[in-house]
Design a protein around this ligand. Structure first.
Ligand SMILES: Cc1cc2nc3c(=O)[nH]c(=O)nc-3n(C[C@H](O)[C@H](O)[C@H](O)COP(=O)(O)OP(=O)(O)OC[C@H]3O[C@@H](n4cnc5c(N)ncnc54)[C@H](O)[C@@H]3O)c2cc1C
Length: 402
């Protein structure tokens, strides 16, 4: 059972200091929610990236889609569309990192030696991309600077090897093909299957092949720099080696929780939140950094909507305690790749064949509905305009028979 912590001190309308660590969507949503819920005290946001907030999902979609105006170091017109206004009415320390936390003293230590006292703390420090090497020929895509660097490199039309066939790997592969690169994607099993189930994964894979993606079914055991020749050698579980000019690794992420190592707040090395986002007295967390109990295990779902919904609940709990509503939402996820725009509500049961509610899957334009054996329903729109609330209604599990 989740331990119940006494709830934090800041009160609606009363003076108080809330610190938010993390300048991504979870941190911004928490800040907006605190103000909307009536918090009128001092709000301070610490954000490691020096940039104004931007849309992370756009990095692998629109931002890689237009390579005609690469201008590294400058916010291009394309990028500007995805830069959001800074959170209102907060002191933002962009380019600063939290490096330590003392929950007893209620202080956050900053990388410039500064110490920030708080009455309430929101931990929203997100996650970072995993990689194999420190080679300049291996790219990852997590932040705006990564996207700028990759845009610039793709504009030279190198041969690209993408490692990882989840949504991020497939989106990058799609953009690289679009840019005119030869693209190989290495993934054990069928790309996208874990995320969207058999039927949609089949659709993604055939759309990718139709657009010239070369798929290699293997795991990568090691990536080595080849110093004399340049480039990288990718060693495969099947025994072979692939030579690569440019590698993009899309092999998952690790939570940014090192700064909490001595705080006593990590459980088995993980930052665990309850259904209100509460970690400890006066401390809540949300987004990619946080783990939640799910059935007998714990999980960390690194998705945009999860970050937003968790942040709203955590911010409300910081002000109102557990009289605020606990987290409760149906998962929502989208991806754009190889001419497919997929939007999915609920968790797709991988092996169940969906009902086609509208359109025609053979034409890659359809609305699909699943009735899951255990976890309720799911619904998906494939290149189909349908309001999200309607898609959510389709995903709701049918009421149990009386
Ligand atoms: C390229 C890409 C495409 C994606 N596309 C989709 C999509 O289509 N659909 C979807 O549902 N999800 C998508 N996601 C996932 C989604 O973007 C994330 O789940 C979401 O952005 C998580 O938000 P967050 O605020 O928790 O973390 P982050 O966005 O990682 O923000 C955390 C911020 O905290 C900062 N930080 C870290 N450590 C510290 C510290 N010690 N002190 C201060 N600041 C710190 C980081 O620099 C970062 O700016 C995508 C992710 C990526 C990388």
């Amino acid at each position: 059972m989740t331990a119940m912590h006494p709830l934090p001190s800041p009160r609606v309308g009363a003076p108080g200091r809330i610190v938010i660590v993390g300048h991504g969507i979870a941190g911004l949503t928490a800040g907006d929610t605190l103000r909307r819920e009536g918090f009128s005290g001092e709000l301070t946001v610490i954000g490691q990236e020096p940039h104004d907030p931007y849309s992370r999902p756009a990095l692998s979609k629109a931002m890689l889609g237009d390579l005609s105006t690469p201008s590294p170091g400058v916010v291009t017109e394309v990028e500007a569309q995805y830069l959001a206004a800074p959170s209102a009415d907060a002191t933002v320390h962009a380019g600063r990192s939290a490096v330590g936390l003392d929950p007893e003293a209620r202080t956050v230590l900053l990388d410039d030696g500064g110490v920030l006292a708080y009455d309430g703390l929101v931990i929203a420090s997100g996650a970072r991309a995993r990689c194999f090497t420190d080679s300049p020929d291996e790219y990852t895509l997590r932040g705006l600077d990564d996207a700028r660097a990759l845009r610039q490199r793709l504009a030279d039309r190198p041969a690209v090897t993408v490692i990882g066939g989840g949504p991020l790997g497939m989106e990058v592969a799609s953009a690289a093909r679009e840019a005119g690169c030869e693209v190989t994607l290495v993934h054990r099993g069928q790309p996208m299957r874990r995320h969207v189930g058999d039927v949609l994964a089949g659709l993604c894979t055939s759309a990718a092949r139709d657009r010239g993606l070369h798929l290699v079914d293997a795991s990568v055991t090691r990536v080595r720099r080849d110093a004399p020749a340049g480039g990288l050698d990718i060693e495969l579980s099947t025994g072979g080696t692939l030579r690569a000019e440019v590698v993009v690794s899309a092999i998952g992420d690790d939570p940014n929780d090192e700064w909490l190592a001595d705080s006593g707040l990590l459980t088995d090395g993980r930052l665990l939140i309850d259904d209100w986002g509460v970690v400890a007295p006066g401390v809540v967390a949300a987004g990619d950094v946080a783990w939640r109990r799910s059935g007998p295990g714990i999980q960390r779902r690194a998705l945009w909507t999860d970050a937003i919904e968790q942040a709203k609940v955590a911010a409300a709990a910081l002000l109102h305690g557990r009289s605020a509503s606990p987290v409760s939402y149906a998962p929502y996820f989208w991806t754009e790749q190889f001419g497919l725009n997929l939007r999915i509500c609920g968790e797709v049961p991988a092996e169940v064949t969906p009902t086609v509610v509208d359109g025609d899957l053979a034409e890659s334009r359809a609305v699909l509905q699943w009735e899951g054996p255990t976890q309720g329903g799911a619904a998906a729109a494939v290149n189909f305009r349908i309001p999200i609330p309607k898609l959510r209604r389709l995903a709701r599990p049918a009421p149990a028979a009386a």
